[in-house]
Design a protein around this ligand. Structure first.
Ligand code: SF4
Ligand code: SF4
Length: 59
């Protein structure tokens, strides 16, 4: 399952984009967006680097 981004918390830092091995995420207008949800391999690297706590994986 791809991550869910809390746009209120996201600072647009881009760390998750850099961490993602398969380019699921992009920063647009200073907010992260899930642009290729089907590509997500569920590694959760994005969640690990997001110091703002904006990334979660609701079941
Ligand atoms: S790492 Fe977190 S705060 Fe930074 S762009 Fe990604 S979701 Fe937003
Ligand atoms: S869980 Fe892994 S593959 Fe999926 S968006 Fe995050 S970093 Fe990318």
């Amino acid at each position: 399952m791809p991550p869910v981004i809390d746009r209120e918390k996201c600072t647009g830092c881009g760390e998750c984009v850099n961490a993602c091995p398969v380019e699921v995420l992009e920063v647009k207008d200073e907010k992260c967006e899930v642009v290729k949800p089907d590509e997500c391999v569920d590694c959760r690297a994005c969640e690990a680097v997001c110091t703002a706590g904006a990334i979660s994986f609701p079941e």
